[in-house]
Design a protein around this ligand. Structure first.
Ligand SMILES: [Fe+2]
Length: 156
């Protein structure tokens, strides 16, 4: 059965919001990670990697907003502190002192974590019949898997 946000039970809404806050947190940490690598990457592939990391952080910056605003549409609080995001995120910060290949691998790992988190958030939404949140999560998960492929292809 399809439900709108207003018809969700308290428990279902709480579970969806928690999954969305997890998604926002990891997207935000990955945004900073991509900008960090955009700044600090070195090597013969500097140009395309500088551009790819920029493409990733620009995508993620918009996505954090879309995910957080979905939380607000569900009438819940979107966690907006860096400390809170870092605390819950499975995507980790990185010092930025690394080879180009290490940066690619770290970003691939971040994208795979995000794809799994978004797939999980989509499943949580689907279970409650919240197809609108599910759709957003599926779309985001697909983007993360695409970026994971882009990155993995560099290391083949
Ligand atoms: Fe730049």
């Amino acid at each position: 059965m399809t439900q709108t946000a207003v018809a969700l039970s308290t428990d279902a809404r709480a579970a969806i919001v928690d999954a969305l806050n997890q998604s926002v947190a990891e997207t935000a940490v990955a945004t900073m990670l991509a900008q960090n690598f955009h700044w600090n990457v070195k090597g013969m592939a500097f140009g395309p990697l500088h551009d790819l990391f920029q493409k990733i952080y620009e995508d993620h910056f918009i996505a954090q907003d879309d995910l957080a605003e979905r939380i607000r549409a569900l009438d819940a609080h979107a966690e907006g502190t860096l400390a809170g995001m870092l605390n819950r995120s499975k995507v980790m910060e990185h010092g930025g002192h690394a080879s180009d290949k290490e940066m690619i691998k770290a970003m691939q790992n971040a994208q795979e974590i995000l794809a799994a988190t978004l797939a999980g958030a989509g499943a949580t939404a689907a279970e409650a019949g919240d197809t609108l949140t599910e759709d957003l999560c599926i779309a985001r998960g697909q983007v993360h898997e695409k970026f994971a492929w882009f990155l993995r292809a560099h290391l083949a």
